[in-house]
Write a protein that binds this ligand. Structure first.
Ligand code: ATP
Length: 342
């Protein structure tokens, strides 16, 4: 879905949003727009500034500079009004384990001023919506993490927010649970028109569910767009990268690869050749290797999935995936490259 081409109205907006903790700039002049009915992924490793951004949107921490608005309301000045339209799902939802899923929802519903029939009807509808009808009367302590997240979504939906902010929703959930959760999140946007901002470092899940993504590195959003747009931006350098494994993997193979027109650089990582070239040479490569009697075991144009796109952005901006990237500037970037250069 190309939201950048066909935008709804902007509901979440940040302009120059900045948060410092002493010397550290956790969020650095963030400009972000999320449109109505859109699922927007804030993507970055631990310590990139995702949670800090979320906290500023919820009015739970004050920015040092810039402004964040939701539905035109200033998140810092009007946090109570903002919270009326926003539901927040933290990464580790807390429930009373000794109470059932239904009882937990009832408890939250009452806090939100719902009573009797209206409350019970809403609970039934929400349990159905998140696929927990059968497990409704089991104790929450017996729920899997995926079920707890779905109960968390039901809890968030209790007050019928237009906007839902989710922090690492897929963390610690098995693949089947992730699939169900992603389906639910997608449906909340598609069927109910909810606007969803989710932060995650789990790229694969995000890739599947988000309309657009913002890549966060060291407090800065270094790129933003649909998966296709991100791929185009990062691949506009004119360098194509292809991964190849062929049999037999002998010394002659390397010589043949070097002879192919347009090849700029070849690296070898275990049994995989990583070939950089000035154009997409997959066709030329397979023709030449087949002619010479080689069998191609693996041939893939790199840079076409989010992991690859993300890694490229991340390397370009001096970070290292999976760790607190504040250390990234000090690190030798070669560490994240294939081990032996040919
Ligand atoms: P994670 O998924 O690990 O929470 P994140 O992308 O959400 O990562 P933040 O939690 O926003 O990142 O943290 C951004 C940076 O700000 C980190 O370096 C973190 O150590 C720092 N930070 C966050 N909160 C505080 C605080 N209250 N005091 C000082 N530093 C903080």
């Amino acid at each position: 879905m190309a939201f950048s081409e066909n935008k709804g109205s902007v509901v979440i907006q940040t302009a120059g949003l900045t948060k410092r903790y002493g010397e550290l700039t956790a969020v650095d002049h963030l400009n972000m727009e999320v449109c109505k009915g859109e699922i927007f992924g804030l993507l970055g490793p631990n310590g990139a500034g995702k949670t800090t951004t979320t906290l500023m949107l919820l009015g739970l921490t004050q920015p040092d500079e810039g402004v964040a608005t939701i539905n035109g309301l200033d998140c810092t000045r009007d946090p109570i009004e903002v919270k009326k339209t926003v539901g927040y799902l933290p990464d580790n939802v807390g429930f009373y384990g000794s109470m059932t899923g239904r009882e937990n929802l009832r408890f939250m519903g009452r806090i939100n001023g719902l009573e009797k029939e209206e409350l019970e009807n809403r609970i039934d509808g929400l349990l159905e919506r998140v696929g927990l009808t059968e497990a409704a009367d089991k104790k929450a302590s017996a729920y899997s993490r995926g079920m707890r997240q779905r109960l968390g979504i039901a809890d968030v939906l209790m007050k019928e927010p237009d906007i839902i902010i989710m922090d690492e929703p897929t963390l610690g959930i098995d693949p089947e649970g992730v699939r169900e959760l992603m389906w639910l999140i997608r449906d909340l946007a598609d069927s109910d028109g909810k606007t969803i901002l989710l932060s995650s470092h789990q790229l694969y899940q995000v890739q599947r569910v988000c309309d657009r993504m913002g890549i966060f590195v060291q407090g800065q959003m270094v790129a933003c767009g649909t998966l296709e747009e991100l791929g185009q931006q990062i691949n506009s350098s004119g360098v194509n990268t292809v991964e190849l494994a062929a049999y037999p993997d002998n010394i002659k193979l390397l010589d043949i690869l070097k002879e192919i027109n347009g090849v700029m650089e070849i690296e070898k990582n275990s049994d995989l050749y990583i070939i950089r070239s000035s154009y997409d040479l997959r066709r030329a490569l397979s023709k030449k290797l087949t002619e010479r009697g080689y069998t191609i075991m693996h041939l893939r144009q790199a840079g076409s999935d989010l992991d690859e796109i993300y890694r490229k952005y991340f390397e370009k901006n001096g970070g290292k995936d999976g760790e607190d990237d504040r250390e990234g500037k000090k690190r030798d970037k070669k560490l994240s490259r294939p081990q032996s250069a040919v």
